[in-house]
Design a protein around this ligand. Structure first.
Ligand code: DC
Length: 229
């Protein structure tokens, strides 16, 4: 029987980590986990309850009441995030959540709460997880680590297209680019688990790569890592 491994995919906002992670997971029949969606779910819950990022007492109480799950229907490419049983996939992709999520993901009690769940999911192996600290903090022993990047303007255009496809028509390119640059800055400079390339991660810059080229490259790394495991 082939050995199952864990695959960590880290990198900047909107550089296609999730898309690539899903392709790899589908091809290997592994579980895909979008950890950004988990930070977004906590942010969404805080906005819903009106909890300020500085109110750690209320935040701690809130975390105890949160149950974040994913529902995956591979045939339709349906991959939705649920919070306490409610489908929040669209809510967590809106600008109010995007504008606050980097502030929320700086908070150590939020990171501890989510990292513990991520490590529990990974204990069984056969997981492709995308985020910012997967190769450095969540799975420092992952058998394959990929660090993805692309030019900010290219990422902003891709994100804008995605938002428009989902019906968010009143957003400008400049607004999306500004949000991306701000998130990149906060994610890379925060004290707790900043976005960092793990020393043993393979870098993929997909600014000039087609999706097919990128998938082929990443899958070849994955097959090699499984062989060597
Ligand atoms: O991948 P994304 O853009 O949906 O992530 C949303 C935010 O969550 C991002 O600004 C940084 C944060 N995040 C994090 O701090 N650690 C992770 N493992 C994943 C996301």
């Amino acid at each position: 029987m082939t050995k199952k491994i864990n695959i960590a995919i880290d990198g900047y906002s909107s550089c296609g980590k999730g898309t690539l992670a899903k392709v790899i997971a589908k091809s290997l029949n592994y579980i895909f986990i979008d950890t950004g969606a988990m930070y977004r779910a906590v942010t969404y819950a805080m906005i819903q309850k009106g909890i300020d990022v500085n109110n750690l007492v209320e935040l701690e109480e809130l975390l105890k009441s949160l149950n974040i799950t994913f529902k995956h229907l591979p045939e339709g490419d349906f991959y939705h995030t649920f919070l306490n049983g409610e489908d929040i996939e669209n809510d967590i992709r809106t600008m109010p959540v995007s504008n606050l999520v980097s502030q929320v993901s700086k908070i150590q009690i939020v990171r501890d709460f989510l990292v513990k769940q991520q490590q529990e999911i990974g204990a069984q192996k056969g997981v492709v997880m995308d985020g910012r600290d997967i190769g450095t903090v969540v799975f420092p022993d992952a058998e394959l680590k990929i660090f993805m990047t692309a030019k900010a303007e290219i990422r902003a255009q891709r994100r804008l297209n995605e938002l428009k496809e989902n019906g968010n028509l009143n957003i400008s390119f400049e607004e999306v680019l500004k949000n991306l640059n701000e998130r990149d800055y906060i994610d890379s400079n925060r004290e707790n688990s900043p976005l960092l390339k793990a020393q043993d991660a393979i870098v993929i810059d997909n600014s000039e790569l087609s999706k097919a080229e990128q998938n082929e490259l990443a899958l070849s790394f994955a097959h090699k890592a499984i062989e060597n495991a």
